[in-house]
Design a protein around this ligand. Sequence first.
Ligand code: ADP
Ligand code: MG
Length: 461
Amino acid sequence: MTNIHVLKFGGTSMGDEDTWRRVLDIAARYEQLVIVVSATSRTTRQLLAAADTALDNYEESLEISSQIRSRHETLISRFLRHFDDYESTDARERCLNWIEKQVSDLNHHLKEIHEKKRINNARKDAVASIGEQLSSGLFATCGAVYGLNTTFVDARDIIKTDSDFGHANPDLQQIDEQVKKLTKQIEQHSIPVIGGYYGENDGGELTTLGFEGSDYTASLIGAALNCKAIEIWTDVSGIFTCDPRVVEDAVSIPEISFREATEMAYFGARVLHPSTLKPAAQKDIPVYVRNIFEPDHPGTKIYSKAESNGPVRALTFLEDVVIITVNAPSTLMGYHFLSNVFQTLERHHITVDIVTTTEASVSIALERPDKLELIISELEEIGEVTQTKQQGLISLIGFGLSNVESITNRVFSSIKGEPLSLISFSRDKRNLNLVLPEGDLLDTVRSIHHSLFSTEFSSEL
Ligand code: ADP
Ligand code: MG
C-alpha cells in the first residue's frame, strides 16, 4: 500500500470560489494525494440540454453555451481577485484560454448536431464531459496560485475504457499501467487534478462512465494506485441513516461495509454512485464519505469488516418505480417462461432485484427505465403484461438476522393503512424491500425511519 490519498470533490464542492478555497484547504492537509473533481454544479445538465436543444434550435443552444462560459469566467475571476500579483494575471490568462477552448469545442459539437440533426452516443459523451474538462483544468491552475502544487491531468490519459458510450467499462489492466504517470508526479510533490466521469476508448474516442461517474473515477484511480484511502468529499458529513434532505432526524453512520453501502447506492442513496465501491472493495481500500463544510467531522468509513449484525443500518427510497407483471400463457412451461422474461430484461441491461414469482406469473419492480414502452412490447410477446406506475420503493439495508422479527413488526405497524404493492425480503442479503404507491412515499419513509432509529425505540433492538 502507498501513502497516497485519492480525494474526490463533487459538484457542490466545485460550485463557487468559497468552496474552491475549502477544497484547497482540505487538500493542503495531505502529503501525497490525487484530486478528482466533478463538473461545477448544474454544468453537466446544461451541457446535455444544449445538445438536445441544438437539434432544432441552434441559436438557443449557443445561448446555453454562453451561460456556461460566463459562469466559469465569473468563478475564476472571483477566485483570482484575491491574488493580484503577476502569477494570478498569468493564471487568469490561462484560465480564460482554457474556457475558450472548451466552449469552442462545445460550439463545434452543437453545430454538428444541428446540421446532422442527430446526436450519436460518442458525441453525447464528448459534450457531457466538457464540464469536467473545464473544472479540472481551471481548478488545477487556480490551486497553483493558491500555493499548492496542483497539476492538470487529462482523464483520457489514465481512464481507459471499452466503447460502451454513456456507461463505458474501465479497462483495469490499462489503468494500472497508466497510473504510473501519476505516481511519478506525486513523487515529485505534484498534486494531479483529474476530471471525473470521462475516459477514452482504444480508438482515442472520449467515453463516459455513466451518470455521477466521478466517484467511480476516484475509486478506479485509488485502486490502481493501491492508495491508502479514497475520500469522497461532498455536502453532508457521511452516509446517513436516510437522505438527510428528506428525514430531518437522520444521523451519520460512523462505519458501514462495502456491500451495505453498495446496496444503499443501488437502492437510491444518491450520495454514492453504485459502481464506486467495487474497485476499492477488491483491493480492500477504505472509502470515506466526508463533508467540505465540516472538514473535521470523520464522516463515514466504508470497509469490508463493518458488516452490521445489529439493528438496521439505513433506509433508502426510490421514486418513479414501475411494477411489471407478466402472466405466462398456459402453453409455456414455467421454466421457459421465466427464462424468456429474464432474457428480455437482460438485453436491456436491466438488473432485477425485486421480484416475486409463481409458476404462472412474475412481477418485478424497477426504476422506470427510459425504454419502458419498448421493453413492455417485447415482454408482450412472451405473455400478457400489466404495469403499475407511480410506485415508490423503500429498502431497509443491513441488519442482524436475530432482529428480523422486531424490525418487521415495527416496519409493518408504521405503514398501517398503506396498500403495499410488493414485498421482497432476502435473508442472505439482509435487506427488505417494500413497494407501495408513490403518493405518501416520503411520509412513510419518515415514519419507518422514526420507528427504527429514534432513541426511544432503538435501545430495544
Ligand atoms: P456530490 O455533488 O458531492 O457528488 P451528491 O448530490 O451526488 O453530491 O450527493 C450528496 C447528496 O446525497 C446529499 O446532499 C444528500 O441529500 C444525498 N443523499 C441521499 N441519500 C443519502 C444518505 N443516505 N446519506 C447522505 N446523503 C444522502
Ligand atoms: Mg454525487
